[in-house]
Design a protein around this ligand. Sequence first.
Ligand code: SAH
Length: 223
Amino acid sequence: MVDFTKIAGDTPRHAGLRRRMVEGIRKKGITDERVLEAMNNVPRHLFGFESAFLERAYEDNAFPIGEGQTISQPFTVAYQTQLLCVQSGHKVLEIGTGSGYQAAILYELGARVYTIERIRSLYLKVKERLLRLGYTNIRCFFGDGFEGLPAYAPFDRILITAAAPSVPDKLLRQLRRGGILVAPVGKGSLQMMRRYTYVSESEIKEEAFDTFRFVPMLPGKKG
Ligand code: SAH
């Protein structure tokens, strides 16, 4: 775990706001104490907020991080993370690094985190940010998440944090047997949160949960 008491820019006031945010998320139905604790540990205000929104970093909202992209709403991060059932030591692939906040939450749960971003400027910023915050073991990649990371497969868990038109078959094939992929899936403005469990080569268990609104998962790299 990263020791945030040593991070410049985090203060007792932020810690208080964070606790309030976490209690709000708990009231909205998140029950996994490990997820709530991870959210209590990560200083969200240090993850790429534009100055106009910095004061609002602990509201339960998505906010712009540049390039038309957003840092996900805390409730959404908690919801996806809870569905993913991450255990310590799991090898986890995230598609859509964005601000790096979700990657930090996965890291706090003890995961070995690999994360891919398709926009070069965001990738460069997040790589520097995670190092500065002490997340030296999160491995950032600039690339197209539709391809996954075949060289590092198989993964115990895969998390897509952008709206996928349908579940990418290439990613399902990078799961270990028993592995889980969570993704918001849908072509319209709302997506259904779905969970896929790779039971065996001939069986993928599929479950559907609530609807969410994500920025789209787009093919190819930018920049
Ligand atoms: N997990 C992020 C959420 C970022 S929003 C966070 O915690 O802040 C979704 C991100 O997915 C955007 O940065 C977007 O550029 C990226 N993205 C969209 N399509 C992608 C793809 N095919 N491969 C990799 N990243 C993608």
